[in-house]
Design a protein around this ligand. Structure first.
Ligand SMILES: Nc1ncnc2c1ncn2[C@@H]1O[C@H](COP(=O)(O)OP(=O)(O)O)[C@@H](O)[C@H]1O
Ligand SMILES: [Mg+2]
Length: 227
């Protein structure tokens, strides 16, 4: 099972919206997806309850239960867990960071979000992990100077996944109806960008899992044979 966590200490950056959109798209690509909602606001769990398609299950989970819940999901052949987190650095956020194969930090192209992204990145690094950024709610008409400045600032800290996600009513409509953008308008632009984003996420998870298993193998070699 692979685990993606949406993390940033800034509220409103799009963690829950992206978690839901990514989950729907990944399920459509054949993954068995489970939603882990660690935010006391329960946006993701509420969205999931509004879905008529019951295959996308989820649960509200506190940090003390996360490892047990993930172990159960592994045993139940879930292939992808998507974790949504609160808008602060907290035990829940730390637990998600430590559990995830890929930590995604959504960032709007604004100064406040960029500062919050940097603080989140520092926490991720302090915990010995790495993250990738997703620009969200970008202006639709062109890659504005603000988006370019955002990409440059984030590039200095880590990978910025492509494409940037634009501000579109399709996302808001989808969330209010318990849907993903591809279920609102399969041929729409929001659908297209989430499809491309999920491709980038898959590549990134594959790289990160390969890197982690190489790291574990070399740690095992350094530790020598079991006594
Ligand atoms: N790409 C987007 N386009 C338009 N609205 C968006 C987009 N992403 C998020 N939103 C809206 O922004 C608000 C905050 O998003 P949300 O996912 O709740 O953020 P967070 O979970 O980080 O607090 C919500 O009203 C949501 O509908
Ligand atoms: Mg949220």
């Amino acid at each position: 099972m692979r685990i993606v966590a949406l993390v940033t200490q800034k509220g409103g950056s799009g963690k829950s919206t992206l978690a839901a959109s990514i989950a729907v798209e990944m399920q459509a690509r054949g993954e068995t997806v489970f939603l882990v909602d660690m935010d006391p606001q329960r946006s993701l769990a509420t969205w999931a309850r509004g879905r008529s398609d019951r295959r996308l299950a989820g649960a509200a989970v506190g940090p003390e239960r996360l490892d047990d819940v993930l172990a159960t999901l592994r045993a139940r052949a879930v292939t992808l867990s998507v974790i949504d987190t609160p808008a602060n650095l907290s035990p829940a956020t730390d637990a998600a960071i430590l559990a995830a194969d890929l930590i995604l930090v959504p960032v709007r192209p604004t100064a406040f979000d960029l500062w919050a992204a940097e603080a989140t990145w520092r926490r991720v690094r302090d915990l010995g992990r790495d993250c990738a950024f997703v620009l969200n709610q970008c202006p639709t008409l062109q890659v504005s100077r603000r988006v370019r400045t955002g990409i440059e600032a984030l590039d200095a800290m880590g990978a910025v996944l492509s494409p940037p996600v634009t501000a579109r009513v399709d996302y808001q409509d989808a969330m209010s109806r318990g849907l993903g953008p591809s279920e609102v308008d399969p041929a729409g632009e929001a659908s297209r960008e989430i499809r491309l984003l999920c491709r980038a996420i898959r590549r990134r998870i594959d790289d990160s899992c390969a890197g982690r298993s190489r790291g574990q193998q070399s740690a095992a070699v350094q530790a020598g044979p079991p006594r």
